[in-house]
Design a protein. Structure first.
Length: 513
């Protein structure tokens, strides 16, 4: 039965409509399940004691070689990607035309474009693209926590906080030094303490450390997305006339300054990098977002405001603020109406901030306590402790071409508390729940699996092809979407559907014209 989503997505009005009672009843079981787990990462064991893993499905555009070209092909229905055991998670990003697959036993596989070695290869020749998953060689006993992906590079974070890089180092995005051009297997990054989170943009990488939350970045600085106060640009005559070039950063470099500004772009407070403890990071194509830690309750003590508006503490601050920096077009940084300027150092997204007598403090409203962040190419998302999903920026398929200049609630999902199963592609958003998924946007080809067979949507729609299945994980790349699902055993129709997804096969080679 087709489900109808409600009010228009992201209206510019400040007031929001409350979804109807009928709509709330449609997904009451989903709401109850999500509320019980909040927004923290879902447990790896469900209530039956089984591992939270399942079948891997792919949707939308899997034309890895031609995804950004003319007339890419895609999938009009969800297909299963066959691997030899259940899948725990998948990883990709809005800049990526490749993805990684983490299996139950900890093995890692890769799929998609490999023109720069971003998936790795062990033979003498790089095949250029993997149409079927390949096993990725890893350091012995390495336990994979996450993998972040850029356009042509990949960064692996181990359970011990070590970072490993793979692919192209054309702009220093691997963090392995200027002399390294590329690597074909995951290679350890030195010069940074143990890491708690990492993310890749188009041609850059950011990470935050485990012990003190220090923010590091490296790669291409063109729009200030590294947060070091510069775009790195200079003019040089390369023999064909003067041209703009960039000083890239090829090893991890700590971010030294954070700012708070008012609506007129005037700095109101500044913070030294050593006084800010970052816990989570995310990257779009050319912008970065990070969340300050929130767990150390003693960090609010002894805050001082200097005559230069600088604020310091006796230890790194952990006030759960959100900072964004880099390319500011279409409001993707979330700094307010009319503010589209690039930010060269991290700037506070004040929508989520709280202060007492001019001194910043930790938000007391769960709807403002940000717990996870996601970035698409030109937009950003976050989920708060209440399960509220916020969106800002612009998707290419946005209704009327609208930009949202500061964080606003996704009203269609107000009665469906979100967790960490949120993914953003180039022009897509996917949200997974315990018995359904929703999606909106438009892939370059194919379909997301939306109700009614829709190819695109400007508002959240149910992914009918996974309805009544447990959605373990979701991820999105430039044009593809991955769902990891398992049968809940509560619905015979869903059980039949779970067993009958067509298996994806490698396409026939195209004839060269």
């Amino acid at each position: 039965m087709a489900h109808t989503m409600m009010a228009a997505f992201l209206k510019e009005a400040e007031s929001f409509e409350i979804p109807s009672t009928v709509e709330q009843e449609k997904r009451q079981s989903c709401i109850t399940n999500e509320q019980s787990s909040g927004v923290e990462a879902i447990s790896q064991v469900d209530d039956t004691g089984a591992l939270r893993s399942g079948k891997l499905l792919i949707a939308a555009c899997n034309d890895w070689e031609n995804m950004t070209g003319k007339g890419p092909t895609g999938l009009d229905e969800l297909h299963e990607i066959s691997v030899d055991q259940p899948v725990k998670r998948t990883f990709s990003s809005s800049s990526s035309m490749h993805c990684f697959i983490l299996l139950n036993d900890g093995k890692l596989m890769a799929l998609g474009r490999n023109d720069k070695g971003q998936c790795g290869h062990t033979g003498k020749e790089n095949p250029g693209v993997y149409f079927e998953p390949i096993l990725v060689p890893l350091v012995p006993k390495l336990k994979v926590l996450t993998v972040s992906t850029g356009r042509s590079h990949s960064i692996l974070l181990s359970a011990h906080g070590e970072l490993f890089a793979l692919g192209s180092n054309e702009f220093g995005q691997l963090g392995l030094g200027a002399s390294c051009k590329s690597v074909s297997s995951f290679t350890k990054i030195n010069g940074i303490p143990a890491v708690v989170d990492a993310a890749c943009g188009h041609d850059f990488t950011i990470a935050c450390t485990k012990s003190d939350g220090q923010l590091y970045s490296w790669g291409h600085p063109e729009y200030g997305q590294l947060g070091h106060g510069t775009t790195g640009s200079f003019i040089r005559d390369g023999g064909r006339g003067a041209a703009v070039q960039y000083d890239t950063i090829s090893t991890p470099k700590r971010v030294e300054l954070f700012l708070q500004k008012d609506s007129h772009n005037r700095t109101t407070h500044s913070y030294l990098g050593k006084d800010i403890a970052i816990r989570k990071v995310a990257c779009g194509r050319n912008h970065s977002i990070c969340i300050e830690d929130w767990e150390d309750q003693s960090a609010e003590a002894n805050l001082k405001c200097g005559n230069d508006n600088s604020i310091t503490g006796t230890q790194p601050l952990r006030l759960n603020r959100v900072f964004s920096f880099g390319f500011g077009g279409y409001g993707r940084l979330g700094h307010g109406s009319g503010i589209t300027s690039d930010e060269l150092v991290p700037r506070e997204v004040t929508t989520f901030s709280q202060s007492t007598s001019g001194i910043p403090s930790r938000p007391t409203n769960p709807q403002k306590q940000v717990r996870s962040i996601v970035a698409g190419s030109s937009f950003s998302l976050c989920v708060t402790a209440s399960g509220t999903l916020y969106h800002w920026g612009k998707m290419a398929s946005a209704k009327g071409g609208e930009s949202t200049m500061y964080p606003k609630i996704v009203t269609d999902l107000q009665t469906m508390p979100c967790g960490e199963r949120v993914a953003a592609g180039h022009n897509s958003v996917i949200v997974g729940f315990n018995d359904c998924a929703v999606a909106w946007g438009a892939p370059p080809a194919g379909k997301f699996g939306l109700e009614g067979g829709a190819r695109s949507s400007t508002v959240p729609k149910y992914v009918s092809e996974v309805d009544n299945l447990f959605v373990v994980d979701v991820s999105a790349g430039y044009g593809h979407v991955c769902y990891v699902v398992r049968d809940r055993g509560h619905d015979s129709t869903a059980t039949t559907k779970y067993a009958a997804f067509p298996v994806l096969s490698a396409p026939k080679k195209r004839k060269r014209e």
